[in-house]
Design a protein around this ligand. Structure first.
Ligand code: FMN
Length: 150
């Protein structure tokens, strides 16, 4: 099975987790990034604005053909209890090209990500194979839980 690990990371936690996953599975990976500034105080307020407005963020172009993969593992931070805005933009754009999906959600606080998994399924119009919730503080993994309701 041809698998793609796609990730967004503002501060590097999700990147570390995603790249380890890609290495473990010997999968290809794709890092998405936004043209909008997300760094520092101004960047943080852009993150907040994008979630409140529900407007898509502008992604830098990438040349990965997502449709060429059997499965996509989506790795993304949680922003205000939701899938981060850049990954929302990506999945809306690629929803027709994703056939099977797994999610890895990274967050700082103890968070129930079931609703995020359900919302992501809704956008992709599929049922995820599995989702993983990773609480990560200061770059260190505190808890990791897998959920698969088959
Ligand atoms: C705009 C914004 C909102 C966030 N909201 C939450 C949240 O609701 N719950 C939480 O546990 N962490 C929240 N975080 C923290 C990130 O999910 C956490 O630091 C994550 O590890 C960041 O991943 P990264 O290093 O790959 O960017 C938020 C971070 C940002 C920038």
């Amino acid at each position: 099975m041809k698998t793609l690990v796609v990730y967004y990371s503002r501060k590097g936690n999700t990147e570390k987790i995603a790249l380890e996953k890609a290495k473990e599975l010997e999968a290809d990976f794709l890092a998405i990034d936004t043209i909008e500034n997300v760094a520092g105080y101004n960047g943080f307020s852009n993150c907040v604005k994008s979630l409140i407005s529900k407007d898509d963020m502008t992604l830098f172009p990438y040349d990965t053909d997502v449709a060429a993969y059997d499965k996509v593992i989506i790795c993304a931070p949680i922003w205000f209890s939701k899938l981060c805005a850049p990954m929302q933009t990506f999945i809306k754009k690629e929803k027709h090209n994703i056939k099977k999906a797994e999610y890895i959600f990274v967050h700082a606080l103890k968070t129930d990500v079931k609703a995020v998994a359900a919302e992501t399924d809704k956008i992709l119009r599929l049922k995820n194979d599995k989702y993983t919730s990773i609480q990560c503080m200061y770059g260190k993994i505190k808890t990791e839980e897998d959920f698969a309701d088959v």
